[in-house]
Design a binder for this molecule. Structure first.
Ligand SMILES: [Zn+2]
Length: 285
């Protein structure tokens, strides 16, 4: 980082035709210049590099098999830089939204976008391919891909007819990664698209506007407390508590609270198989 900033500062000095002798005399104008015109670019650069560094550090491990993380420490808040995005598909029609579906009594962890079989699907951001797998018709995703991005997000692309990348492959935003399809638990060809943070599904519609083919804003901030309270939990002191309701499952609660199932289990000393009683109180942070 330091080297790049230094280069930037030097280039500002050169472009301003300032010699070493009158540098001190002109110090004030330089500072002013830095603060106004060029500081935006500089700040942006620092922010991007810091975000990339954070993203590398925040994930507990790199594995090519499972989407969720068992040992992730979830920060209270985290901001993703979305500016280097590419829309995964040029198709705009959403056929199913994110969230809990009472009719099926399960969570839909992503967004469904109508695509034709064979349509090109591209990477949403720069990153590295973590998973390239195939799940059967009964279990879900079909042919799918998971990419970890430099901005800290992970994206999932499901029901593909063909995968065009291999695990551990470095990828750029907009590069083709697969072709749309109808594999796995799917009726009619579509792209199942997920955005996740440390395994926790976040509604992609909060970041991507498929209709406008644009991002919703330059950044998205994940906030553990906000997500928990929105999901029906209560903040007491520094901790978040959730009172189990009829029909709740661990996966539903975890998704709504913005934490992983394993995190909930660990915190409450229960297992994935524990039967929840309505009225029971779970600690969520
Ligand atoms: Zn879906």
């Amino acid at each position: 980082m330091t080297k790049k900033i230094l280069t930037l500062v030097i280039s500002i000095m050169i472009s301003g035709s300032i010699s070493a002798q009158d540098l001190i005399a002109r110090q004030a104008p330089i500072d002013k210049k830095l603060n106004s015109v060029d500081s935006l670019a500089l700040q942006q650069q620092i922010r991007t590099e810091m975000a990339e560094q954070q993203a590398v550090d925040i994930y507990p491990d790199w594995d090519n098999n499972t989407i969720r993380y068992n040992n992730a420490v979830i920060p209270d808040t985290y901001t993703f830089n979305l500016t280097g995005f590419s829309m995964p598909t040029s198709n705009t029609r959403i056929t199913d939204v994110f969230g809990y579906r009472p009719r099926r009594r399960r969570m839909h962890d992503g967004l469904d976008i109508k695509v034709a079989t064979g349509d090109t699907i591209v990477a949403a951001f720069d990153g590295k391919v973590r998973i390239v797998k195939n799940q059967g018709r009964r279990t879900g995703y079909g042919k799918y891909i998971v990419i970890r991005h430099n901005n800290g997000l992970e994206t999932v692309y499901g029901h593909l007819s063909k995968q065009l990348v291999v695990v551990n492959q470095e990828i750029k935003a907009g590069e083709p990664i697969g072709l749309g399809g109808n594999t796995g638990r799917s009726t009619g060809s579509h792209l199942h698209f997920e955005t996740r943070f440390l395994g926790i599904p976040i509604n992609p519609a909060l970041m991507f506007d498929f209709d406008k083919q644009d991002i919703v804003a330059d950044t998205y901030t994940y906030n553990k407390v906000k997500q928990a309270v929105k999901g029906g939990a209560t903040l007491m002191g520094d901790n978040i508590y959730y009172k189990v309701r009829k029909g709740d499952t661990l996966s539903r609660i975890a998704s709504r609270q913005g934490v992983s199932i394993d995190y909930l289990c660990k915190l409450n000393r229960i297992t994935r198989k524990t039967i929840l009683r309505p009225g029971q109180v779970l600690r969520c942070s």
